[in-house]
Structures are given as structure tokens and as C-alpha cells.
Design a protein around this ligand. Structure first.
Ligand SMILES: C[S@@+](CC[C@H](N)C(=O)[O-])C[C@H]1O[C@@H](n2cnc3c(N)ncnc32)[C@H](O)[C@@H]1O
Length: 295
């Protein structure tokens, strides 16, 4: 287990994931009834962009760094889509961008007093840092264990409303990546069967277009054909910063099951802007599609 998210925090892939997450929490807040957030691979919660890892691998500069500098000039619809995520980043930083919220801190900042968070982080040192980042927040319970294994017992949550993020490391190496795809697929089918009305966000890298196409196809089959989910309840949002190929990560995105109302439209509005802004060469692109439309 070598993966440390601190080397990648705030990169273009985090931007897409966290914008989609923040929009989802924002929409879940529309109803007064409490909800639960379950994060199977939580990371350390808060990242220091001036820290050693970020300095050695300043991927954030081409992700959140570019958004932070350009956001004021963005069209209104783009600013509206970015607002739930950027408002948190603004609260954590005064002027200079240094503190980047991972998914647990982002969630805790947007969620309300009566909502609850369940976070799994397997790596002991990361779990310690996560506990430190979450402080004494009574809404939060952290478990130092395998998030895939823990997930079934969390479902359905007592609140009967909420969001599950499945964001494994997809460590370098074809077999490790394949393993995370396989585990994610199994976990997804099992989880949605137990709790079909929850919102789920599955993050995946796009290193190999065929592997992602196969994964998305199998996920759709598992959830739609075997799990009874309606095809229009599956939304894909992907962005690639250059032509997809070998070398550093060029593309990534999320599959969202049961996206809250309005999330798809906000993503449609923001993705072309993010794509142009974060592009790193020829062949950059994006897509936001309902699986029903993708066919
Ligand atoms: C991609 S990072 C998580 C990033 C975080 N969700 C965010 O958006 O800020 C993946 C994390 O999963 C942890 N991890 C790896 N295998 C795990 C497992 N089986 N169960 C729980 N956590 C695991 C790693 O230590 C790493 O911190």
C-alpha cells in the first residue's frame, strides 16, 4: 500500500471529483431531513499545498491552481456550478491558496449539524492525519479498515438518505488497477442492491479507454439489468487534459448513480470551461452523459 494522495491532491482529477461531490451535497441540503455521507477511501482529509509531497509533485498547480486564478472571469453558469466547492476552499484559505480540502473535509464543511459522516481509511498514518483533520466533530466516525469490506454494513444508513463515495487508489501497475476496478464493480452492485435509492459517486482514472469502457459497461449491466436501476439514473462525467495514453494520468472522471436533481445540468455547464482551462496539450476533452443517452 504505497499510495499517498498528497502527491495528487488538487490535480485536475480531484477538481472534477470534488466539484461533482460538492454539487451533490449542495443539492442534498435542499431537503431538511438529515443524510449520511459514507467515504470508503477517505484519505487524510486536508492537504497542504505548500507541504513536501505537493512541492515534489505540484500537480495541483494545473488543477485547483488554475481554477483559483481564473474563476473570477468565468461565466455566471460556471461560477454557479463551482460555488459549493470553491466556497469551501475560500473559507479554508485567506488570499493565498494553501489548504486543499479532500473529500471528508469538503463534506463536513457543506453538510449540516444533524447530518453524519462515516469515513474509512486503511493506511494507519493516513488515518491518524484524518482524525487530526476532522477534529472533534461529533458527526464524524472514522474507521481504520478496508472500505470495500466495511461498506455493506453501512447500508442502508439509518437516515435513508445520503451519498457514498468510492474512491480507491488505483495504484500504478495494470494488475493493481484491474483489482480496484474489479473490487469497485463488486462493491457497487452489492451496495446498490442493498440500498437502491442512495447516491453513489465512483471515481475512476482513464489510463486505458478500453478498460474504462468495459468497466462502465459492466457497471451499467450490473446495476440496470441485474439491479433494476433505471438507465437515466446513471450519469458519467469525464475530463481528459490531453490525448489519453501512457505516461502521467491524462483523464479521469466519475460515474454517479442517482445524481441529485440539477447536478447533471451544473456539470454540463462547467465541464467545457474546466476542460479548456486545465488542458495540457492536444486532444483534451470532456463528456457528461446519462448512460441512457450514451447507449
Ligand atoms: C484516492 S485516495 C482518497 C482521496 C479522497 N477520497 C479525496 O477525495 O480526498 C485513496 C485512499 O484510500 C486509502 N486506501 C487504500 N486502500 C484502502 C482500502 N482497502 N480501504 C480504505 N482505504 C484504503 C489510501 O491510503 C488513500 O488514502
Amino acid at each position: 500500500m504505497n499510495y499517498r494522495h498528497a502527491f495528487h491532491a488538487g490535480n485536475f482529477a480531484d477538481v472534477v471529483k470534488h466539484v461533482a461531490l460538492a454539487l451533490s451535497f449542495d443539492r442534498l441540503n435542499v431537503k431538511d431531513t438529515p443524510y449520511r455521507y459514507i467515504d470508503t477511501h477517505a484519505g487524510i482529509g486536508l492537504y497542504d499545498l505548500a507541504g513536501d509531497e505537493a512541492e515534489r509533485s505540484p500537480e495541483w498547480q494545473d488543477g485547483v491552481g488554475r481554477v483559483w486564478s481564473a474563476e473570477r472571469g468565468a461565466p455566471e453558469a460556471v461560477r454557479a456550478a463551482l460555488a459549493p466547492w470553491l466556497n469551501v476552499i475560500r473559507r479554508l484559505n485567506s488570499g493565498v491558496l494553501q489548504h486543499y480540502p479532500g473529500s471528508p473535509v469538503l463534506a463536513a464543511e457543506i453538510m449540516r449539524k444533524g447530518d453524519t459522516l462515516r469515513l474509512c481509511e486503511l493506511h494507519p498514518e493516513s488515518a491518524d492525519l484524518l482524525r487530526e483533520a476532522m477534529g472533534r466533530d461529533k458527526r464524524v466516525k472514522i474507521e481504520e479498515r478496508d472500505g470495500f469490506e466495511a461498506l455493506p454494513a453501512y447500508l442502508p444508513p439509518p437516515e435513508r438518505r445520503g451519498l457514498v463515495l468510492i474512491d480507491p487508489p488505483f495504484e500504478a501497475g495494470t494488475s493493481e488497477r484491474k483489482r480496484d476496478f474489479d473490487w469497485m464493480l463488486k462493491a457497487a452492485v452489492k451496495a446498490v442492491k442493498r440500498w437502491p435509492v442512495g447516491t453513489y459517486v465512483f471515481w475512476r482514472p482513464i489510463k486505458d479507454v478500453d478498460a474504462v469502457r468495459d468497466f462502465d459497461g459492466e457497471l451499467a449491466d450490473g446495476l440496470i439489468e441485474n439491479g433494476g436501476l433505471a438507465a437515466e439514473k446513471l450519469l458519467v462525467a469525464d475530463l481528459w487534459v490531453r490525448k489519453i495514453g501512457p505516461g502521467p494520468l491524462s483523464g479521469a472522471g466519475v460515474v454517479i448513480v442517482n445524481p441529485p436533481f440539477g447536478v447533471a445540468e451544473h456539470l454540463q455547464a462547467v465541464m467545457p470551461w474546466l476542460c479548456e482551462l486545465m488542458s495540457q496539450g492536444d486532444g483534451a476533452g470532456w463528456r457528461v452523459e446519462r448512460v441512457a443517452e450514451a447507449g
